[in-house]
Write a protein that binds this ligand. Structure first.
Ligand SMILES: O=C(O)[C@H](O)[C@@H](O)[C@H](O)[C@H](O)COP(=O)(O)O
Length: 259
């Protein structure tokens, strides 16, 4: 577990643009080191804004998009192409605009796909996708994602892991179905915290005064059951990327207040 670092940006727009630039550099560095890179995408306004900014970023094509593996931290369990699906929004924001390798875009199954309306089957299938991508020497069925992008909810959820939910108590499975999700739509598929924690770097990105209490609790030592975002840590780096309003209640933020 790495201690969280915090960077505070002057506005949500600046946070999205700066995080897009940060992601370009992270992916380029990974490809320089290994020839490939992997990123876990998130749903939500903030995560999608980052992809929108990435689409028009000047350095965008410093990344060899054909050698990036894309995963999702969670997905709304809806029919293929539904505008509310995180995959649909990510394709519209970025993936349809860069030369990705289709087989390297690892979307979670839709509710009208090969597993039908069975989110448990979709979750098990995605766990198998992760296991197949995991290096055998790691002896853990999840690859070491170079970066896992996550949003944060007002009550501290991240991905589709909500406070005191079955998902936050899950310690064995890497991907679970989520029902009765407090944030609509109610049925989802989500990585669990043990899976998220396999990431080299976890970046939690959030903006707005509505998130300030959750951010303050997470950075103030809250436990993951009450505040699941607090349990989203990377093996080499945990980075909280905030705008000023989301940071306003955080304890002793020694972060650099960037422009
Ligand atoms: O599918 C989802 O809804 C997301 O994965 C979810 O975890 C989201 O990231 C947070 O709810 C923050 O959303 P905002 O960035 O829109 O506040």
């Amino acid at each position: 577990m790495t201690e969280p670092q915090t960077i505070v940006h002057g506005s949500p727009e600046l946070l999205a643009a700066a995080t897009a630039a940060r992601l370009v550099t992270r992916l380029v560095d990974a490809q320089a080191a290994r020839g490939t890179a992997s990123v876990v995408l998130t749903g939500g306004r903030t995560g999608t804004a980052v992809l929108e900014q990435l689409r028009t970023a000047p350095a965008r094509d410093a990344v060899d998009w054909s050698r990036v593996d894309f995963y999702w931290g969670d997905e709304r369990f809806l029919p293929d192409g539904d505008p509310e699906r995180n995959e649909t929004q990510a394709r519209s924001a970025l993936l349809d605009h860069v030369p990705v390798t289709p087989e390297r875009v690892h979307a979670m199954a839709p509710s009208d796909g090969e597993f039908g309306d069975d989110p448990e089957a979709a979750a098990e299938a995605y766990a198998e996708v992760l296991a197949a991508a995991a290096p055998p020497e790691d002896r853990y069925p999840v690859p070491t994602f170079d970066v896992c992008l996550l949003g944060v909810g007002e009550e501290g959820h991240t991905a589709s892991i909500f406070p005191d939910s079955p998902a936050v108590h899950e310690t064995e499975r890497t991907v679970v179905a989520v029902r009765d999700c407090p944030k609509p739509p109610p049925v989802r598929v989500s990585l669990t915290l043990p899976a998220i924690r396999r990431s080299a770097e976890v970046w939690l990105m959030t903006t707005g005064a509505g998130k300030a209490a959750a951010v303050a609790m997470a950075l103030g030592g809250a436990g993951e059951v009450a505040l699941p975002a607090a349990g989203a840590t990377g093996r080499t780096r945990t980075l909280w990327l905030l705008d000023r309003t989301a940071a306003e209640k955080a304890p002793g933020l020694s972060a650099v207040h960037l422009g």
